[in-house]
Design a protein around this ligand. Sequence first.
Ligand code: BES
Ligand code: MN
Ligand code: ZN
Length: 501
Amino acid sequence: MKIDMKKGNLERFVTPAAAVFLFEGEEPAGSAALLDRASGGLVTELLKAGDFKARLHATALLYTGKALPARRLILVGLGKRKEVTLDRIRGAFAAAAREARRLDAKDLAASTDIGLPEEKPERIVAAAVEGVLLGLYRYLPYKTVDREEFRDLQSFTIMEADGARGKAIRKAAAEAEAVSRAVCFTRDLVSAPGNEMTPDRMAKEAKKMAAGRKLAVKVFGEPDLRKLGMNALLGVARGSNEPPRLIAVEYRGGKRGAAPVVLVGKGITFDSGGISLKPAENMGEMKEDMAGGAAVLGVLQAVADIALPLNVVGLVPAVENLPDGKAYKPGDVLTTFSGQTVEIMSTDAEGRLILADALSYARKRYRPAALIDMATLTGACVVALGDLGTGLFGKDADLNARIRAAAAETGELVWEMPLWEEYVELIKSDVADWKNTGGRSGGAITAALFLKQFAGEGPWAHLDIAGASWLKKDRPWTPKGASGIGVRLLVEVLKRWSAPA
Ligand code: BES
Ligand code: MN
Ligand code: ZN
């Protein structure tokens, strides 16, 4: 879909559909008031009849006849003015776009003037572009029947009457578009079935994504991994016929030699649990166990597209976890890249093993300014924070504060969790240095404490996205399924990192 910026007035623009926004219990404001006046009161008439209350994300449709150049007018509720947030605005634009698509309108036009003069138009335009692109997302490659039912909006036009603002608004729109496309790229990778999205396919997708961008990709195959001594990663891979990969994507937008921020993402392309087999029910959902890795690839795409002045590296250990005669087993001991040994208690605690190797490799190879990993790591985190929450673990107060501040901006629900040293004993092994599980209680914490042993010295944070990576229900600008969680969050962290203080 095309995002277009035009200088001019929405009430004079010829389009199949224009969207205007209204607050609950108020007269039309901003572009809604302008279109109302230009049309001789179409909007106030609807409000007066009591047919539209401007409840949050509710829509109403008007056919304008000869009253306006826009053929249809889509009214979207913003709810109560004093409760409005940027996230709600994002959702309102998503609602408008979905309505336009349902009507098979090919273009949707709107103005940045939604009747909220205290908010910067750059932020509104970003929310608008994100809402439209993210709210319209669908995963259709495997739909072969009734394809004509899947209509597409072809363009979204943003009208700005004030020419002086044009440049700033254009930049904000272009950035929001780049980041939204990266989120959709991540959603595509996560939505893809496990038989397609194998470790090797993930590596190929990374290369394809990097081609034509200022990104360098290096893919380590089995022999490389053996030479490096990544035996935890290789141990998990043994039960599958799909060969493992370690994908490294490097972006050098900063000073030569400046320490990069390194992002590590769990890339289990399917998690059956291995010999510690998961129950059959809903096992298919575990194709999403590479959501952290997919988000890391999405972040690198976005960072390159918006040309951040910063060095960033993405590392994705990609492995399939299956049971087999060759598979690793409970009771096995693996020697990790760091030299530390791990006794396997459950082959279903595989994510922390591949991350252990990737994290210590990241520390040694890149000497990062900050190391952040993202993983669908534990069901325990879902129990603690629910289906939408992301757990944040880390001892570096500055890095945690940066992540929380970014989350407040992007609307992602991130909650800081403890890394209590008192629980380290739960992962101490009798025969090896560590056990790969610490029991049921505090499972998200002991998993994070395990990672901590391999993250080395220096700022490190871990994000457990097991809940938020896959939505069971539609949300305002995120259709159910792969959410792309973490992409906007980490892009925001990196944007602030690179901004002059
Ligand atoms: N990939 C799962 C965690 C998960 C659960 C992701 C639900 C998304 C939704 C992970 O590999 C796993 O199996 N974790 C185990 C750990 C346990 C064996 C210590 C879990 O959470 O049960
Ligand atoms: Mn598992
Ligand atoms: Zn897993």
